[in-house]
Ligand binder design. Structure first.
Ligand code: YXS
Length: 257
């Protein structure tokens, strides 16, 4: 499901589950955790997260077949997507997301959780909870808010439209958009420059920025209200219908209940 490589103090993880469009499943996230453990042991100083060259779909997001039965929180603490995001945020070295093809659903958040994003010029990002009637969780929405401003986060989440890498770069959501032929050399060069800098200083700044980015004071009753609102969705007919429609390869019919 993943290809792992270490060279010149740079660790590379390549998503390799093409038959499922690199959908993020439990087994893949476990392999990802093991890869990061090996990178920690090898003291890598920068990491690249990518898919195979020439891919049409970088990742189709959370494996829909692994979304829990209706009535269970689809993005709970122990959920594979949540574990993946935490692994990325807690890894001590910077992670550069190198993007080709299209990015869907929870894979958008996965890329936004990375430290730097370099995309080929034909890349698109489509955040799709509204297509499946999935209630996003607090941490996930914070990832979007930290990556984009409220207006762009709302456009992505409410329309589920694919947004171009060029537009997201002009909005500061993506660091660089380059011609596909230059993607690999651009990312490799950036990774080398990071790897040549002081790893301790960078690791500490990454952790400080993670804490500062997540520092949003919230009265307990507000948090409980947000959680209660999520329950309205994952207990709904629409949540079950979203998943069933995907599995039956048809358009969902949402009733708002
Ligand atoms: O029919 P087979 O058995 O060959 O399998 C098909 C698809 O069912 C499968 N596949 C997936 N399986 C599980 N989870 C997925 N997310 C997923 N996506 C695809 O892969 C096989 C090939 O797919 P196919 O024929 O559709 O490929 P395509 O090249 O025509 O189209 C590629 C996509 C990505 C445009 C299309 O597969 C697609 O729209 N996938 C779903 C994208 C999506 O809505 N992802 C959101 C997943 S839920 C999630 O991430 C969060 C919980 S949330 O939604 O809240 O952000």
């Amino acid at each position: 499901m993943l290809q792992i490589d270490i060279s010149e103090d740079i660790g590379t993880v390549t998503l390799d589950r093409e038959h499922r469009r690199n959908a993020l499943c439990e087994e893949m996230v476990q392999a990802f955790s093991a890869a990061l453990e090996s990178f920690r042991g090898a003291d890598v100083r920068c990491m690249v997260l990518r898919a195979r060259s020439g891919c049409k779909v970088w990742s189709a997001g959370h494996d829909i077949n692994e979304l829990p039965e209706p009535g269970h929180d689809p993005l709970a603490w122990r959920d594979p997507l949540r574990k993946l995001i935490r692994e990325i945020e807690n890894f001590p070295a910077p992670i550069i997301a190198m993007i080709e093809g299209s990015v869907w659903g929870g894979a958008c958040e996965t890329v936004f959780a990375c430290d730097l994003i370099v995309a080929a010029d034909d890349v698109t990002f489509a955040a799709t909870p509204a297509k499946l009637s999935v209630p996003y969780n607090v941490g996930g929405l914070l990832t979007f808010l930290n990556a984009a401003n409220l207006r762009i986060a709302k456009e992505m989440l409410f329309t589920a439209d694919p947004l171009s890498a060029a537009r997201l770069c002009s909005l500061g959501v993506i660091n660089h958009v380059v011609p596909k032929a230059e993607l690999e050399t651009t990312v490799r060069g950036m990774a080398r420059r990071i790897a040549a800098n002081a790893p301790l200083s960078i690791a500490v700044m990454k952790e400080q920025l993670r804490i500062l980015a997540g520092a949003h004071a919230m009265p307990p009753e507000d948090f409980e209200r947000i959680q209660g609102l999520r329950r309205v969705v994952y207990n709904s007919h629409d949540y079950a219908e979203g998943m069933l429609a995907f599995q039956e390869k048809r358009k969902p019919v949402f009733k708002g209940e």
